[in-house]
Design a protein around this ligand. Structure first.
Ligand SMILES: Cc1ncc(CN)c(N)n1
Length: 227
């Protein structure tokens, strides 16, 4: 098969890693939100680990800016950085204050939380520009997919509804779509081995995400889910 006959790179990712992607968008955390039954302690724990991750995401996008060789790409990535720092971080600052949440170092060192943070940072520090974009695409496309669906549900906690809405709005959709289009353009020029490496990164990130969202249920998940 010649390069131009191959499927688009992101279509390959979503097809070859459909099992891990579906497992994440059907995660118990997502289903609980759609059923309007996410326990408040789970959302509190999620807010703490997620706020820390959004700060990590700022670093990841920063590595992408540094690794990029194109001014148009840099402008897009800087716009994403701005949204993370000035739209998402204020959300957490307000949420922590309203819910009386304070930093919990034990939660941040949960192996599932640490694996996600360190795994994403490892890709950002050592991966190619395409691999960093893949890690970001894996996270953003997955969130956009489930949040777009969950935004149709009735969510009684306004803070949770806002968080879902933030990932279903037109600005977030445009960012996820830009990542997809940019990766497909990069993928067109890749050899098969580089494409395979990117598909592997995409699946790796989905598995890290699944464990990260498991961690929101605490060390003993059955404790929260017991009727
Ligand atoms: C854990 C996680 N993964 C992905 C996203 C999408 N930005 C997020 N906000 N949080």
């Amino acid at each position: 098969m010649t390069k131009s006959q191959r499927p688009q790179l992101t279509a390959r990712m979503l097809t070859q890693e459909a099992v891990s992607f579906e497992a994440m968008i059907e995660h118990r955390f997502v289903r609980d939100i759609e059923a309007d039954s996410l326990p408040a302690p789970v959302f509190d724990r999620y807010l703490l680990i997620e706020g820390a991750f959004v700060e990590t995401a700022i670093a990841i996008f920063g590595y992408a800016v540094a690794r990029s060789e194109d001014l148009a790409d840099r402008r897009k990535l800087i716009a994403s950085l701005d949204a993370l720092a000035n739209q998402q971080m204020p959300y957490f600052e307000m949420a922590y204050e309203m819910r009386g949440l304070s930093p919990d170092p034990d939660l941040q060192s949960d192996p599932r939380v640490a694996a996600f943070r360190d795994g994403m940072l490892d890709i950002a520090r050592h991966g190619s520009f395409a691999e960093i974009l893949t890690a970001m695409f894996a996270a953003e496309w997955m969130y956009w997919t489930w949040c777009r669906r969950a935004a149709q549900a009735s969510i009684s906690d306004p803070m949770l509804a806002d968080w879902v809405g933030l990932h279903a709005d037109a600005g977030f959709a445009a960012q996820a779509q830009w990542l997809r289009d940019r990766l497909d353009r990069l993928g067109h020029d890749m050899d098969d081995a580089a494409q395979d490496a990117a598909v592997t990164v995409f699946g790796h990130v989905q598995r890290l995400e699944i464990a990260f969202h498991d961690a929101a249920y605490g060390p003993d998940q059955s404790e929260i889910s017991a009727p």
